[in-house]
Each structure stands twice: as C-alpha cells, then as structure tokens.
Design a protein. Structure first.
Length: 94
C-alpha cells in the first residue's frame, strides 16, 4: 500500500466497460509522480489517502472484474508528512 495525495477528479465519459461507472481521481505520490486511481470511497481533492495496487486494487473496488491497478482504499484522517527517525539508525556523514 502507498500514501498518496488526491489532486482532482478525472472525468472520462468514454471508457471501457470494465471501468464501469466508478469514480476516477488524479493522485500524486511523494516524488510528485502523477497517476490515476479508482475511487470507490468518494474522496474530495486535497486529502491524503491509502492506495493499493495490482490484484488487490481490483478487489478493493468491490469487483475483481474492474480494470484497475490502483485503487483508493481509505482516507487518512491524521498524518504528518515528515519522516520519523528510525530507532538505532544514524545517518552517515559524507
């Protein structure tokens, strides 16, 4: 699973039957990469979400026949976008 940010709705009126009427969102990852995700949850733009990929993404839509490899499976209520220090890890100086 990944943490991503929802940027906007994506409207595609002409699509394959395998996508059905499921909502689509434009999401970005931590490096700014842009992807499209199915949204069975109903997330508004600006929210951080948990996404899943591959076969799990199909099951997360509620139907294994949906043509997707990225699905939003939860809205994050509280999260700080800063990496926490790892116990016992010391950054090496160069």
């Amino acid at each position: 699973m990944d943490i991503m940010s929802v940027q906007s709705d994506l409207v595609a009126t002409r699509r394959l039957e395998g996508l059905g009427g499921i909502s689509l969102k434009v999401v970005t990852d931590g490096q700014g990469g842009i992807e499209v995700a199915c949204d069975p949850v109903g997330v508004p733009p600006g929210k951080w979400v948990i996404t899943t990929r591959g076969t799990s993404a199909r099951y997360a839509t509620g139907s294994s026949s949906v043509l997707t490899d990225l699905t939003i499976c939860g809205i994050i209520d509280n999260w700080t976008n800063t990496p926490a220090p790892i116990a016992g890890f010391q950054q090496q100086r160069r």
